[in-house]
Design a protein around this ligand. Structure first.
Ligand code: SF4
Ligand code: SF4
Length: 473
């Protein structure tokens, strides 16, 4: 059976553009391999205007034939290259068929964009408490609003270190008329191996997010093979001009080959899990939690949907205090029972000789990749491997990363590595996987030793691997 795209959407498209990986912040939970500064040598970085001048980008967007186009811009921090970005906004917004949504950290001067038409432009401004104090952030977002920008929502990422500060300021922000999104944190950055969430975090997630968002951002059901309209409505474009039918198509160059044709019906998902943007899983044909007709799903629609849910849930919580209140008004949906089980704590290892012998070292493991990594000063590195203890199994307490003797990161969340359990024939070693993203300090050109150390619960430690890091710029 086929599911054609509804006729009213045949001339509509959503273009999600990762415009840059350049950012002025260093959030631990950032999913992007962000860079902080431009190269001294001028070689192109992961930034749109290093690859093509702004005029070419505007021409490329002008060539999309659709009559209703939603351009979603994410980074990095899109406003950092303010000269090019201002020209881009002026050029694209001169085309009435375009509206633009931008994800930003709000750390820029809105006065510089005074001449940009803001009537089809909306912002999602994220608060990152480790990078900016609340008073400064709030002053900035009010100033951005005062300069005529439509601040569709303020985004608070529910990272463990953010919970206190968010609960403290939530009411104040809402009182001032802002919509606050409490976004479940993806397992990214230093949390790449995190598989469990605290009760407090889950309380906030379920209180402030509609069930479909909880389902696809937290429970993460399998999507492979399910029919989905998202590819029929959407492109994904990278900073270097590569474009694909989102999220199932092959990449090609927008500037030399143009955009690939979009399917005109729902197609089978090719990924195990949905990538996780709100509009994406809402396009699944068979999803029972979808409550609205298929659309480009402008952020305003999301805000209205969440507000209606919060009003209803607040009423249900009140009604639950009176006899038969829950019968009259129902109960807020909870998906807690579908959460993945927390990983099993390892038992002490049995000392049977029939199993392959464990290494003699109290702590053992490995670092993936290497032996030489190349990066620029203040870049971000992805590192992974596994670590276990011959006395305590896995997870062990911590993996520490040091550069030339100074600690640059540590890992405390571990994920399942069935290959390691199989290799040693011991289930106790399963939760031994680690992965993280590390911010590098300012470094001059040259080679530095990057060493990785595993630490067991009794404090026993051992080096898991040493890599050479070459700073090239
Ligand atoms: S989360 Fe956003 S603001 Fe923070 S480092 Fe990443 S791109 Fe920058
Ligand atoms: S379910 Fe998600 S990942 Fe799969 S095709 Fe749809 S939008 Fe893409």
């Amino acid at each position: 059976m086929t599911y054609p795209l509804p006729a009213r959407l045949l001339d509509s498209v959503r273009i999600a553009w990762h415009i840059t990986s350049w950012c002025n912040y260093s959030c631990d939970y950032c999913p992007v391999l962000v860079f902080h500064k431009r190269t001294r040598s001028g070689t192109p970085q992961d930034h749109a205007f290093d690859h093509y001048p702004v005029e070419r980008w505007i021409e490329a967007f002008a060539a999309f034939p659709q009559k209703d186009i939603l351009l979603k811009i994410t980074g990095g921090e899109p406003f950092l290259d303010r000269e090019n970005f201002r020209k881009l906004l002026l050029g694209v917004l001169a085309m009435p068929r375009y509206s633009i949504q931008i994800d930003t950290n709000g750390s820029w001067d809105p006065a510089y964009f005074a001449d940009v038409d803001k009537s089809r432009l909306s912002l999602n401004i994220a608060f990152h408490p480790k990078e900016v104090d609340f008073a400064t952030f709030f002053r900035r977002v009010r100033s951005i609003r005062k300069h005529g920008f439509h601040v569709e929502m303020l985004n608070f990422v529910l990272a463990p270190e953010n919970l206190d500060v968010f609960e403290k300021h939530l009411e104040e922000v809402e009182r001032d008329g802002f919509f606050v999104n409490l976004s479940p944190m993806n397992p990214t950055g230093v949390y790449l191996g995190r598989t469990v969430r605290s009760d407090r975090e889950m309380d906030l997630i379920e209180r402030y997010n509609v069930p479909i968002d909880v389902k696809y951002k937290v429970i993460r059901p399998k999507t492979r093979g399910r029919l989905c309209w998202h590819p029929a409505l959407s492109y994904y474009v990278l900073y270097d001009g590569q474009i694909q039918v989102y999220c199932v198509g092959a990449f090609q160059n927008l500037f030399t080959e143009g955009p690939p044709p979009l399917p005109r019906e729902a197609v089978a998902c090719t990924l195990d899990e949905c990538i996780g943007c709100t509009e994406m899983y809402r396009a699944l044909v068979d999803e029972p939690l979808v409550t609205r007709p298929l659309s480009l799903y402008h952020r305003g629609e999301y805000v209205r949907e969440v507000k209606a849910f919060r009003r209803k849930a607040a009423l249900q919580r009140l009604a639950a205090r009176i006899p038969f209140g829950d019968k009259l008004f129902g109960r807020p949906i909870s998906l807690r029972s579908e959460l993945p089980r927390p990983p099993r704590k390892p038992d002490l290892l049995p000392l049977e000789s029939i199993k392959p012998a464990l290494p003699a070292d109290p702590v053992f493991g490995a670092v993936d990749g290497g032996p030489v990594l190349r990066a620029r000063s203040r870049d971000r590195l992805y590192l992974s491997g596994w670590a276990a203890s011959s006395r305590y199994g896995a997870p062990i307490e911590e993996v520490k990363l040091s550069l030339a003797g100074s600690e640059v990161g540590s890992v405390r969340y571990f994920y399942a590595r069935s290959d390691i359990a199989a290799k040693y024939q011991r289930q106790e070693l399963e939760q031994s996987g680690w992965r993280t993203m590390v911010w590098l300090p300012a470094l001059s050109k040259g080679c530095y030793e990057l060493s990785v150390e595993g630490v067991a619960p009794d404090g026993a430690a051992a080096t898991l691997g040493r890599l050479m890091l070459e700073i090239i710029d």
